[in-house]
Design a protein around this ligand. Structure first.
Ligand code: ADP
Ligand code: MG
Length: 344
């Protein structure tokens, strides 16, 4: 491999690289309803129902640091992030497969802990572990999970269905997971410098929990069903609000206006961001790993959503030509930029 090849991957970025490698592929099976480009692939079962399939990989040193990530939490998180992608299509996860690459030096007890976490998540989300793969690794632990779910065709929600004037809604609150990571990183640096110093984690439990043990918002999918709301588009927030809203806009062919003061963040998130000298809204826009659901609803569904403590309307879709903007706290109109996680 030449130096050139590495540089090209960086230039393409994660999504450019996927596009570059897969744009020459076509699908030839009638059951393949939706291929690459959404949170899940959609495979038709019959006129009423489809299967949903999603794969996510977590790699040591890239996605997690075993200095401070307990393996039980890692197992739970690996399942949750995959279930989250099934939720993002308005579906329900039913099965998972787990593929592990692991050093033979790893104690069996450690892998038992990892599987305890996987089992906890399987119980919590009511999914069945049905297979996987196991191989040795010379470069750290990697865990790849594929989740298989099911959705009624009439409820299936893609990234591409939003229309101008649809209201943009986000579940829960944002920015906490990124700050949880900052705290863990800070204490890890202190520990590396002086292993005798006790980590200062007190008071940050909620933020750390959001980083180490995020939940897939299956409860929101159930809530939407109860409210009789079918979103027009949906995505889960793995890379930060800005990046995800831009995916919805790009695939729906819309622009958007977001209001900074409507973006849900807890007081703890805001105060901790300030402690780290980061603007709180930056944590929500570019932090990532919140695993909340971001979706759009028709204007006529607004009354069903408004006032629900788990759902925050944060803006609306516009015509594509109107651009993508954030109205900041001072009322200034700022172009939206997606930084998110840069893998390459
Ligand atoms: P998410 O953040 O929801 O997990 P990604 O950004 O990882 O989604 O992936 C975007 C789309 O690209 C998905 O449809 C995914 O299945 C597809 N994809 C990702 N990596 C590859 C790959 N190596 N080969 C083919 N498709 C891929
Ligand atoms: Mg996703």
């Amino acid at each position: 491999m030449s130096e050139n090849a590495t540089k090209n991957i960086q230039e393409l970025g994660e999504f450019g690289l996927i596009d570059h490698l897969t744009s020459g592929f076509t699908t030839s099976n009638a059951t393949t309803v939706l291929g690459i480009g959404d949170d899940c692939a959609v495979i038709e079962i019959n006129a009423e129902e489809s299967f949903l399939v999603s794969t996510d990989m977590l790699v040591e040193g890239v996605h997690f640091n075993l200095m401070y990530v307990p393996l039980k939490h890692l197992g739970y998180k690996a399942v949750a992030v995959n279930v989250s992608d099934i939720c993002a299509m308005n579906g329900k996860a039913e099965q998972i497969t787990v593929a592990l690459a692991v050093s033979s030096k790893f104690p069996v007890e450690a892998l038992e802990e990892l599987y305890e976490g996987i089992q906890l998540a399987c119980d919590h989300y009511q999914v069945d572990l049905v297979g996987g793969d196991m191989t040795s690794s010379w470069s750290g632990l990697s865990i790849t999970i594929t989740a298989i779910g099911r959705v009624a065709n009439s409820k299936m929600t893609k990234r591409s269905g939003a229309k101008p004037n649809d209201i943009i809604v986000v579940s829960g609150d944002l920015g906490a997971s990124y700050l949880g990571l900052q705290i863990l990183e800070r204490e890890n640096e202190v520990f590396k410098a002086n292993p005798k110093v006790q980590p200062e984690l007190e008071g940050f439990d909620a933020l750390i929990q959001r980083q180490l043990k995020p939940e897939a918002r299956m409860d929101i999918i159930e809530l939407l069903e109860k409210m009789e709301v079918i979103p027009t588009s949906m995505i889960d927030i793995s890379d930060g609000l800005a990046s995800e809203v831009m995916h919805l806009c790009k695939q729906s062919g819309t622009g958007c206006q977001l209001f900074e003061d409507k973006i849900p963040m807890t007081d703890k998130t805001k105060l901790t961001a300030i402690e780290f000298k980061i603007s709180p809204v930056t944590c929500a826009l570019n932090g990532g790993e919140d695993y909340e659901l971001l979706f759009t609803v028709k204007q006529e569904d607004f009354d069903k959503i408004v006032g629900n403590p788990s759902l925050s309307p944060i803006g609306y879709m516009t015509e594509d030509t109107a651009g993508k903007f954030l109205i900041d706290a001072a009322g200034d109109v700022v172009p939206l930029k997606a930084q998110g996680w840069q893998h390459f």
